[in-house]
Write a protein that binds this ligand. Structure first.
Ligand code: COA
Length: 298
């Protein structure tokens, strides 16, 4: 089996991808791709907004998967289909693994997907999930061929449900899988050059517009955390230096950052924030807020 990008100019392969959506979802989710036109639109859209990977056996399209960036570190898998004549031979699993590696390399931490139950394949169908959808989810059973069992075998877990997504009693089941690596913030990777990151932060600070509020640069730094290949580890370690510095304006910016708590250890954070509060009493409120939120796990 070979897995490659779907080439936009390969019209025959595009058409086969569309046909597979119509054929494979006809009984499982009749509202999804009732016509070849609707399926072609989905293939076009997937090519436009993200990745389309095609599995071929002896040159023929045997299945395909789409994936696109949703928000922050989250990518969505949509859609996923294997030729019914080729199912249960490992193609679906291989397509998922291929997509996981590609999105992880693009910075994804989490791959999500929604899997409808339009035709009563699970215990969530045909019932009123309100007022407590989570109670129904806790008792979820796959009663006959719903793909959630396939996704579970691929390492996904159930994270939620949207009641009535396709009409009363026809929910959408949400699943997620971690595809990125946790990086210890206390150990910046050697690949991101600390000096460069520090110079960048200093440059922005030194050239900030007059009267720019601390929130503005704090927001830029918060956003940068997610843009850097080391998941912001280097930037966050510079932030710790700023919190320990004598420069009140830098302290205030570092203190206003919201994306993560400063310092790997809670005890280190307490020490640094108590010192700031003692030195600049008007910053004490913010320091106490951070300490309380972290202690309460918020
Ligand atoms: C769901 C689908 C993509 C799976 O692809 P596949 O190539 O058949 O799956 P694989 O052969 O890689 O299966 C991997 C594992 O999942 C299991 N599996 C596959 N489909 C399953 C299903 N519907 N129910 C339970 N287990 C399933 C396989 O038995 C295999 O288990 P094993 O490793 O213990 O042997 C494919 O059946 C399909 O296209 N279905 C129609 C469209 C669809 O449902 N798409 C997903 C919508 S969200």
């Amino acid at each position: 089996m070979q897995i490659d990008d779907l080439a936009p100019e390969d019209l025959a392969a595009r058409e086969r991808c569309a046909e597979l959506l119509v054929i494979a979802f006809r009984d499982l989710a009749p509202a999804a791709w009732p016509t070849i036109e609707a399926a072609r639109e989905t293939v076009d859209e997937c090519l436009r907004i993200g990745l389309v990977r095609v599995a071929r056996l002896d040159g023929a399209v045997a299945g395909w998967i789409g994936g696109h960036h949703a928000y922050m570190r989250v990518w969505e898998l949509h859609p996923m289909v294997v030729d019914p004549a080729r199912q249960r031979s490992g193609i679906g699993r291989a397509l998922v693994a291929d997509l996981e590696a590609l999105v992880a390399a693009r910075g994804a931490m989490t791959l999500v997907l929604g899997s409808d139950d339009e035709v009563g394949l699970t215990s969530l169908a045909g019932v009123d999930l309100y007022p407590d959808p989570l109670a129904h989810l806790a008792r979820l059973e796959n009663r006959g061929g719903h793909p959630l069992s396939f996704y579970r075998k691929c390492g996904f877990v159930i994270t939620g449900v949207t009641p009535d997504a396709n009409g009363f009693g026809q929910p959408d089941i949400h699943m997620s899988k971690r595809v990125g690596h946790r990086i210890d913030q206390a150990q910046p990777t050697h690949r991101t050059n600390r000096h460069t990151v520090e110079e960048l932060m200093k440059f922005l600070y030194a050239n900030r517009a007059p009267a720019l509020p601390p929130e503005a640069l704090a927001e830029v730094f918060d956003r940068l955390i997610w843009c850097l290949e080391d998941n912001g580890a280097t930037l966050l370690s510079v932030r710790e230096d700023w919190l320990r510095s004598d420069d009140r304006a830098r302290v205030e910016i570092a203190l206003t950052m919201n994306e993560t708590y400063p310092f790997h250890s809670e005890a280190d954070m307490h020490r640094a924030l108590h010192a700031i509060g003692a030195r600049w009493p008007d910053l004490r409120g913010r320091c106490e807020e951070l300490i309380t939120r972290r202690r309460d796990g918020r």
